[in-house]
Design a protein around this ligand. Structure first.
Ligand code: FE2
Ligand code: FE2
Length: 233
């Protein structure tokens, strides 16, 4: 059993490495998301969140690394595109959750069951929303596995605070206010409360784990359709 868990961990790192090679912007993103997830999970344990055990928190941190593994199935020309995506391209990017599930089904069958289940939940459900307006399955509230609810907030915080090809980086106060306003909307309100307790630590991570260069240097990043629609991919 221990051997299986150890080899699962090594395999997870290798999978994360594949994502990094595919898209350098994603490389920094997954690094920061892992740190955000770590401090958020610790705070949630301190607050005794229902349904979150220390083992589950550790697995969530470890596996947050691969939440976007399905992006290896999306062409780099779309992922790194400067400016807004067409509706069709956006639909394709959204399918990274589904593709990620296929990758895990194909490659991870030898993982221990708990690791595999948590990995699948994070990869497939990290774009679900607490109010049921997310994708791919429009799951609602606590039907969304707790690990995916945690990674969802970490993921969106990074998207807000970093420049993307389709949007500028938002300031610290704008990031905090957007997350705070989404309790019960995009996010589990309990997790938003935990975030607000440790918001300064989130910002420090954002400042420390840097992204080198503009993701789309050929064009000035600007607000776009995706931003207006509230879509953070
Ligand atoms: Fe994603
Ligand atoms: Fe992500």
């Amino acid at each position: 059993m221990m051997r299986s868990i150890r080899s699962s961990r090594i395999f997870i790192r290798q999978l994360a490495q594949v994502t990094r090679h595919h898209c350098p912007e994603t490389s920094w993103h997954i690094k920061r998301v892992r740190y955000f997830t770590q401090i958020l999970a610790s705070e949630l344990l301190r607050m005794e969140m229902k349904g979150l055990t220390p083992e589950q928190a550790c697995r969530t941190v470890e596996l947050s690394h691969i939440h976007d593994i399905g992006k290896v199935c999306i062409p780099e020309s779309i992922l790194n595109r400067a400016g807004p995506l067409t509706d069709e391209q956006m639909e394709r990017v959204r399918r990274h959750t589904e593709f990620g599930g296929y990758i895990l089904d194909d490659l991870c069958l030898n993982m221990d069951v708990c690791t595999y289940q948590t990995a699948w939940n994070i990869v497939v459900y990290h774009h679900e929303r607490f109010d049921g307006k997310g994708y791919p399955y429009a799951l609602n509230g606590e039907d969304i596995p707790v690990c995916a609810r945690i990674v969802a907030l970490a993921d969106v915080y990074d998207a807000l605070s970093s420049p993307r090809c389709y949007k500028p980086a938002y300031t610290r106060s704008v990031c905090r206010d957007i997350i705070a306003s989404e309790g019960g909307g995009h996010f589990d309100p309990f997790i938003v409360r935990a975030f607000l307790n440790i918001e300064e630590a989130f910002w420090n991570i954002h400042q420390t784990i840097g992204f080198q260069g503009d993701p789309c240097a050929q064009d000035k990043p600007q607000a776009s359709i995706q931003q207006e629609k509230g879509v953070l991919i």
